[in-house]
Ligand binder design. Structure first.
Ligand SMILES: [Zn+2]
Length: 121
């Protein structure tokens, strides 16, 4: 079992799949910000339900991917980084991933640290 709680905010992506007859699309959610103490499993439930309701209908891959996606959510998704990761645009100003400075500017999906010049996004 992985520990699904953390003392720090984390960006987490969840797997899900959607089936359209013989075609099954296996997707990864946009990074979700999980705050300290927040359950990564609970935060992933919307994606679990997408797979549950939309994933099964494809043969054979829907039947194959749906359980994998559900397991992926139940194991807490995939942590893609700590605070200040791309996708955070406008949502959080929690510091530079390189130097830790809080002087980070978010604009147009990019973040730029004014202390060290580090860019992400
Ligand atoms: Zn920096």
């Amino acid at each position: 079992m992985r520990d699904t709680s953390s003392n720090e905010a984390q960006w987490v992506q969840y797997p899900y799949c959607i089936s359209l007859c013989v075609l099954t699309l296996r997707r990864t959610s946009a990074p979700q910000l999980i705050r300290p103490g927040q359950s990564r499993v609970l935060a992933g439930l919307p994606f679990l339900f997408i797979s549950l309701f939309c994933g099964w209908w494809g043969f054979p891959f829907g039947l194959l991917y749906t359980p994998l996606c559900i397991i992926g959510v139940l194991s807490g998704g995939e942590v893609v980084g700590g605070v200040g990761i791309p996708g955070a645009a406008g949502a959080a100003n929690e510091g530079c991933t390189r130097c830790g400075s809080l002087d980070v500017v978010f604009a147009l999906g990019l973040s730029r640290c004014r202390a060290c010049g580090h860019r992400s996004g």
